[in-house]
Design a protein around this ligand. Structure first.
Ligand SMILES: *Cc1c(COP(=O)(O)O)cnc(C)c1O
Length: 423
């Protein structure tokens, strides 16, 4: 089922013509399909039938409240990496008992607030952090439920910047040291070990690295539980890969079968933390063409969206498929380099895209932009941010307004002791 499709040559998001949304919200604009997110969530939930498992949506992929709400209404909990994300998830309606909190750099105040709220578990990344959480919880007269993040020493992920499970990565503790760390955890006041956690990377389109890492984690889990650590949960992280161009997205049914195969007889509740897989393909970024720039050597298409709007190409070398919003019959495609307006050579979405001839004011859609897109927008070059729109069948709403430039500097202050410039 596809939620972005052409009708009479015009790209639609579910039942709404994309040019109508662009006219209402301005460009650039992120457009999300609620039905697409639900379809992904339901197919994964169905693939887990028979397993004791919960899905916690990794909020960092797209933290818009309406997006979190769409998935939370399906039953998703939230996987978070800061107090800010916990606050967002809670505000969007996720019950505290469905929120897990990971991240290598939790601050004291963040820990305190999470304890106060009563979240499901802290995914702890180091022995130092564990001691810190224990101290804060004990002082508050609380007990923090913690899962220890282990590093299974298995690399995976489409890019070096998104591989997190190798020895030498900054995440978690070496799996060989888990027993020692949890042994200390059991002696500390203010802390209750409840599980193990791992997250080996992102945009993984093969099952093997997952299976290898989960088998290793299951071995550690069994050994520790056997030696008296009261573990009840194995948190498997996210990382399920999606389609940007011609990748084959991870098949939820195959993933579910693999889980049954590797972990079916493990006495543990499983936690899944998919982010990208739930939302990436449910979103597009619609941009306006500023100029077709037909230089002699190369043809460029300059868009009003850039690395400030969608950072993935500049940051990860990612390539998003690009579609014209209005298809033209009979017009031969040309090869163009698609670039943004930012003053950086890295502000390029990619070279040699085959697109029909486009003019100023025409619209294009960058596909699979629902994850790690809007969340990474910046004020760089002081351009307006993109609006975000959620579609649900025939309905749509602006779920985040475009932030005008004046608001970007509304919080800047000029100290009154600075001299005035000449008039
Ligand atoms: C980023 C992250 C996720 C989500 O990763 P995806 O590749 O988007 O599924 C899940 N768990 C943790 C701990 C993460 O840091």
């Amino acid at each position: 089922m596809t939620f972005f499709h052409y009708r009479a040559g015009l790209l639609h998001a579910e039942d709404v013509p994309v040019d109508e949304i662009a006219a209402a919200a301005g460009t650039p604009v992120y457009i999300y399909s609620a039905a697409a997110m639900r379809a992904r969530y339901r197919s994964l939930a169905a693939a887990l039938t028979g397993l004791r498992a919960r899905i916690c949506y990794a909020v960092k992929a797209n933290h818009n409240l309406a997006v979190i709400r769409t998935l939370a209404a399906e039953g998703a909990g939230a996987d978070t990496v800061s107090w800010g994300e916990i606050a967002r998830a809670h505000q969007a309606g996720v019950a505290p008992g469905r929120i897990v909190y990971a991240g290598v750099g939790k601050g004291d105040d963040e820990i305190r607030r999470a304890l106060q709220l009563g979240i499901l578990q802290f995914n702890v990344e180091s022995v130092e952090e564990m001691r810190r959480i224990a101290g804060i919880a004990a002082a508050m007269g609380r007990v923090a439920p913690v899962a220890l993040r282990i590093n299974p020493d298995i690399g995976a992920g489409a890019h070096d910047k998104i591989s997190t499970g190798r020895k030498g990565d900054k995440f978690g503790v070496a799996y060989q040291e888990a027993g020692q760390v949890l042994g200390e955890a059991m002696r500390l006041p203010g802390i209750q070990p409840v599980g193990l956690h791992l997250h080996i990377g992102s945009q993984i389109t093969e099952l093997e690295p997952f299976a290898a890492a989960f088998a290793r984690a299951a071995g550690v889990y069994r050994e520790l539980k056997g030696s008296g650590v009261p573990l009840e949960r194995l948190d498997l992280g996210g990382g399920l890969g999606v389609r940007y161009n011609d990748e084959t997205p991870l098949d939820p049914v195959a993933y579910g079968l693999m889980l049954r195969d590797v972990l079916g007889d493990l006495d543990a509740e499983l936690v899944l933390e998919p982010g990208r897989w739930l939302v990436a393909e449910a979103g597009i970024l619609v941009a306006g063409v500023l100029y077709p720039k037909m230089a002699e050597e190369r043809h460029f298409l300059v868009l009003d969206a850039g690395m400030n709007t969608l950072l993935r190409p500049a940051m990860y070398g990612a390539r998003h498929a690009i579609l014209p919003v209005r298809r033209q019959d009979g017009a031969a495609d040309q090869l163009v380099d698609v670039v943004g307006p930012i003053c950086e050579s890295s502000d390029i979405f990619g070279r040699a895209y085959a697109l029909p001839p486009l003019e100023s004011g025409d619209l294009v859609a960058l596909t699979s932009a629902g994850a790690y897109g809007a969340v990474m927008m910046s004020d760089y070059n002081s351009r307006s941010s993109a609006a975000e729109v959620l579609i649900d069948g025939p309905d749509y709403a602006i779920v985040k307004a475009m932030r005008p430039v004046e608001e970007q500097f509304a919080d800047d202050r000029i100290p009154d002791w600075l001299p005035h410039p000449p008039s």
